[in-house]
Every structure is written in C-alpha cells, then in structure tokens.
Design a protein around this ligand. Structure first.
Ligand code: AMP
Length: 537
C-alpha cells in the first residue's frame, strides 16, 4: 500500500474546534459589547509589519525581538543586497572590486554595474523593490554615472591608462558616486509576523493622522500573535490576544483607572472568578534611569549568587531580573531597592492618583513592586491580571502606560498612550477550568421528517424556523424513526419536531422535548410561540 502522508498542525499552533470555538465567540462578543460601552471601536490590523517597527517599539534587546519573531524577506531581495555590497566593495567575497583600477577589472566592473542597474530597474518595475522616491532617485543617479563610466571606459578601450593621473581621479570619483547611490537603495523588505499589536496600533494612529480626532482615540483589536516560544500549557507560538489602547494628549490617572475598570467589567461579564489585579508604577525617563543604575549596582554586589539569565540581565536590562521566578533568587530579589521608593514627585503623584481612582471605582488591587513588564515601552502604570487554573503561565492580561512610544515611532511627542493585551487562550482555559466555560448546545430543533411527500414541507418549515432565528438541523435523507430520534439526542437538540404523513395531512407537527420526552401536537404558529417560550425559559 502506498504511504499516505499524515499532516499535523506544527508544534506550538493548534486548531480551535467546536464546541470550544463557541466559547471563543462568546468571549470575543463580550469584549465587543463591553468595550463598546466604554466608547472603544475596533481596529483591524495587518498580521505582518516591517521588522523594524517591532524592533524599535518592543525593544531590540528583548527576548521577543532577539529570538522569538517569525521574520521573512518579503521581496526575497537578500540576493540584491549581496550583489550591491559586493559591487561597492562592502563584501570582499565577490569577484569584482571597483576600487581597483586594473584595466581588466575596470571593464568587468563596468559590466557588473550595468547588470546591477538592469536588475534593480527590473525589480522596481516588477514591484520586488519598493518604488519609493528615494529608490527612484538612487537609480537615476546610478544610470547617469554609469553613462559617464561607460564613456570613459570607451575612450580608454585600447590602452592601459593607469599611469594617467586624470584617469585615476576621474575613476575614483565615479566609483565613489556609484557606491554612494547604490548604498541609498533601500531594499527594506524584512517583515515579521506580529508578536503583539500595540506597535501596529500606534503605527496606524500615526499613519492615519488620528491625533486630529476629538478626545482620546480608543481602539480595541483581537486576533492572532506569533512568538517562537517554547510551547507548553497556556503558551503557544500562535496565540490570540484581545487588546485595547487609549491614545491622546492626556495622561490623566483617571484614564488608567478606567481602562482597568473596563478590563474587569469584561471579566465580570464572562463570570471569570478569582482574578487578581496587580499594579505598579515603574517611573518615567526622569526617575527610572537613576533607579535602574542603583539596581544594577546592587545586582553587581550579589552577581555570583544569581543564575545565568539574571547575570546577563544586569548589563542588558536589570529591571527584568525582578521578573525572575527562579527559587534561589527570590530571597535576594526581596532585598533589592524598590522602584516605589525611587519615583520622582510627578510619578509618585500620578501613581497615588491612579490608586485613588481605582478606589473610587470600587476596584481592589495588589501592589506588586516587581511587576515591570517585559517590553521596553512601558512607563509609570503597569498592571497584570492573574487568573486561577493556569499553572505557571497564569498571567491572563498585561498592560500599562507607554507615553513615549508614539514619539519613538515618529508621531507627535504630545500623544500619550495606555493599553492592555489579554491572552485569549489563557482566558478561555481559565473559564473552562472554573466551570464558567460551559456553552449550551445551540440546537433548538431537530426536524425529523418521514415519508418522501413530507420532505418539501420539512424543507420549507426549516427555512421559516431559521429565518425566525432558531437553530435547525434537517436530515438530508429520510431516516428510520429510531435512528433519526437517536441522532437528535446525540446532537443534544432541545426539541425534535416530527413531521410524518399524518401530521402533514392534519396541518400540525409533533414536538418532543428531549430533556423529558414530553410530546404534543402543535400548529405552526403555536410551534413558534412554544419554541420562543422554551428559549427564554
Ligand atoms: P504580553 O504582550 O507579553 O504582555 O502578553 C500579554 C498577554 O498575552 C499575557 O498576559 C498572556 O496572557 C498572553 N500571552 C503572551 N504570550 C503568549 C503565548 N506565547 N501563548 C499564549 N498566551 C500568551
């Protein structure tokens, strides 16, 4: 027998099947409704963006950017970069070096430059390299210099002119010009699957000039994110987030508190029990650098007692040491200086007011001085929600303020931001674990028809029921009575509606409630009222 290939979803990604997908829909629907009441509107974002966007916003020194992004070359233009670098002598492995004025080499370089220009011209024409004004200008420049280059080569075709100082300087200048234009070509096509969406929201905010909108811009999103992490329960390589962001000129603590209130209202709507809100303030660019230096100095003292990861982070990102879950480091970390005692007056006042605003909303929280969040762009308020039933991956939501991010990505310096991202996979898991994840079967009616003459009436009745919003299963072929009713049971239908030849003749149907087997005959209008009442009961 021929081998039949078996395909499986790759490690770290998974299918979400019915009936679990119904719970996902409920979660997403609740988010839309609750966020909508707080004045948030949905933004739908691309799944991939230029890599640089994430490197710049998430931080070049984070695990996400350093090792977890799925990155690819959008235009497959790496070969062009190699070719360019070889041509201008940036890479030495190539066959040509146009700095060398040996006649033979010069002729080869002439060909090389000509071919390169042709390739770039084609690539721009075929949209493999972006037709930006920068690229078009560089190509024009290259073409002009190439003409001069060819003309000089032509005039010296037969003789070896390297003794002629004019040739040397002329050639030198031309080569430099060519190298300079070639360097200006931007193949810039490395893109990454989004590891998170805040960077994209901010990019879109700037790109569409949303700062001119009245009041704060309040956006939510939902969809898949991608990180090359080690898969385990609650941690996937394709996972889902529901997030929201507030962008605008104000950094009022009331905004922070309202965002958190919205988040908790959403969890309440889902009947998620036992969620714990942790908050912290990590200062801003005025006070954090000094704290980080103090922390670094203290960490140097205890360096030898720390694990390899934390030792590395003393240099790269000392705040992240506070994230450590390593048992042996806990007692040491407890003795480190705390950011709360090192905030500047403005940050302290902001944090105090956030707490007061949470209080007036009746929100209870725990302060967690070690909550620093992994991403570079956070400042001042950070928060996290821990949910039960998730084991070690128990953070179901993370968020915080990121006032400098809009400016960092080229937007107005006056725009502030705050937001959060909920891990939908973990939220669903926690709902399931706590028993709040039950989704009742949605099948209202299994419409069993018997006798070929009843089928047209059954088809039409099914349609009228569906038009009225009932969920109906209609067997495509006639089945034996016992088998048909057995299937209705197994599909967890609430009712079997039975249409036989007798019922058809009498203008009624038999309705059987499958939970207790009670049965009655009803006319069509009565059937509709009966089903409606059953639905609301
Ligand atoms: P972050 O963007 O890292 O702050 O993540 C926000 C939330 O997304 C976390 O609290 C998790 O609930 C969820 N999350 C992050 N990474 C993963 C992952 N690899 N798999 C599942 N959920 C994740």
């Amino acid at each position: 027998m021929a081998d039949r290939a078996k395909f499986q979803a790759i490690k770290g990604v998974r299918d979400i099947l019915p009936p679990e997908s119904a719970l996902w829909n409920r979660v997403e629907q609740a988010a839309r409704e609750v966020f909508g009441t707080f004045g948030f509107a949905e933004i739908r974002l691309p799944i991939f963006e230029v890599t640089e966007l994430f490197a710049r916003s998430v931080g070049a020194d984070t695990d996400i950017v350093k090792k977890e992004m799925f990155t690819f070359d959008l235009h497959a233009s790496q070969d062009l970069e190699v070719r360019r670098d070889v041509m201008i002598g940036r890479r030495t492995s190539g066959p040509y070096d146009i700095q060398d004025t040996e006649l033979q080499t010069v002729h080869e370089a002439e060909i090389q430059v000509g071919v390169f220009i042709q390739i770039i011209d084609n690539a721009i024409r075929e949209d493999r390299v972006a037709r930006t004004s920068e690229n078009v200008r560089a190509l024009d420049g290259l073409q002009t210099l190439y003409k001069q280059f060819s003309a000089i080569c032509e005039s010296y075709r037969s003789s070896f002119p390297s003794e002629d100082p004019k040739w040397n300087t002329e050639m030198q200048t031309l080569f430099e010009g060519i190298a300079s234009y070639a360097s200006k070509l931007n193949f810039g096509s490395l893109v990454s699957l989004r590891p998170e969406a805040t960077a994209s929201v901010v990019r879109a905010y700037i790109e569409h000039g949303m700062q001119v909108q009245p009041g704060n811009v309040k956006l939510y999103y939902m969809g898949p994110m991608f990180r090359r992490e080690r898969p385990q329960k609650g941690r996937y390589r394709q996972f889902y987030q529901i997030g929201a962001e507030v962008l605008g000129s104000s950094d009022a603590p009331g905004i922070d508190a309202e965002v958190i209130e919205m988040l908790l209202a959403f969890f309440e709507r889902l009947k998620l029990k036992g969620a714990i809100l942790n908050i912290n303030s990590i200062g801003d660019k005025n006070c954090r650098p000094a704290y980080v230096e103090r922390l670094r100095a203290e960490l140097q003292v205890v360096r030898e007692q720390l694990g390899a990861d934390s030792q590395r982070r003393i240099e790269t990102n000392p705040l992240r040491v506070l994230d450590s879950k390593l048992e042996s480091e806990q007692a040491i970390i407890e003795k480190l200086p705390r950011i709360a005692e090192n905030l500047c007056a403005e940050c302290r006042a902001h944090y105090d007011e956030v707490k007061r605003q949470l209080g007036l909303r009746g929100i209870t929280y725990q302060e967690n001085w070690r909550l620093v969040r992994g991403l570079d762009y956070y400042m001042r308020t950070t928060f996290e929600i821990i949910a039960p039933g998730l084991g070690s991956q128990n953070a179901v939501c993370g968020g915080g303020r990121y006032d400098g991010l809009v400016e960092l990505l080229g937007g107005p310096a006056t725009t502030k931001g705050i937001g959060f991202a909920i891990g939908t996979d973990r939220l669903v898991l926690s709902l399931q674990e706590s028993g709040a994840g039950e989704v009742a079967s949605g099948l209202d009616v299994y419409l069993a028809w018997f006798g070929a003459v009843t089928q047209p009436a059954a088809v039409k009745l099914a349609r009228r029921l569906r038009d009225a919003g009932f969920v109906v299963e209609l067997p495509a072929v006639e089945m034996k009575f016992g088998k048909s009713l057995g299937l209705a049971d197994r599909l967890k239908a609430r009712h079997a509606v039975i249409l036989g030849e007798d019922e058809l003749a009498a203008g009624v149907v038999a309705v059987k409630r499958l939970s207790d087997g009670t049965q009655q005959k009803l006319s069509e209008p009565d059937l509709f009222s009966y089903l409606r009442a059953a639905r609301n009961s």
